[in-house]
Write a protein of this length. Sequence first.
Length: 360
Amino acid sequence: MNETNNNFALIMAGGVGSRFWPSSRASLPKQFLDLTGVGRTLLQQTYDRLEGIVPSDQVYILTNERYKSLVKDQLPEVNVSQIICEPAMRNTAPCLLFAALKIQHNNPNASTVILPSDHFVADLPSFKEDVLAAFSHVSRHDELLTFGIPPTSPHTGYGYLQVKEKDKSPSPITAFTEKPTLTKAATFLEAGNYFWNAGIFVWSIRVLLNAFKDHQPEMLALMEAGIRTFDTEEEQSFLAEEYPKAESISIDYAIMEKASNISMIKAGFSWNDLGTWTSLYDQLSTVEDENIAVNADLLADESNRNMVYSSDKKLIVVKGLEDFVIVEEKDVLLIYPKGDDQSVKELRDKAKGIAGESIA
């Protein structure tokens, strides 16, 4: 038997990505965009990196009903039965639970890797090695694994994982901390046993469902009632009626912060959650004073360290600008100081008041 036959993948592709406005919008979120300029969208890149880890017919896409056609267009090789659409946005725990029950229905011995669809991962050989090692581990141990990224700065936009033994992998997790203050993040960095939470998980379906039984029994009972409908015409009707009743809660709060059998694998690959235009610049930049241009021909005169993105490849000319983000869409031009990413949502809301909901 092929050693990957019990390996499954769940790609989470239902978010909106509002901090990448005006390119990322409710009608076309960032996971469906080629933000890195490689000719493949973030969703497509996430799917691609599973080659040799998970059989293609065991990769499921978890998304919102409104994005089903986008997934089908961008991943035509994926069967429609592999696209699980939530009828209402309820965060990550309900959709992961429903998908886990569907997988168990077809393969009781399955294990799965959970991947956000909008992250950047480099060094694919190391990624493959790490994920296969995680699959091997959870097939032999009743543990829920998450990946930790060795921090390179006191970043305040990431969650942190504290581990018992920093040099052991996997190592039991002793604490989760969400987006700490700069002072606390600096303390974490100095301590050496804190890691960025990548939001990438690996677990056996059996162990995950046991965790839901212990910590989210009401949600488990709600979703188990739909098992009889799996892979039938009734499945979507069940989802439409019952899924909105589920609590809106993340897998981190629902399970990971409550379970005692959580361990972390120290990632050997390069990772970036690509949460903002500035983080995209940081990922693509290789020279200190370099301007980064994606999908644009840039003429930069006396201008340094700018992030430039265009929806329609064109010549963009800038003079005397340093550390700015410039995003050009057909109906919006956004220019703001690089690093001031928290203002993007506020600017979007103000722009909606002028141009209407269509630009959001």
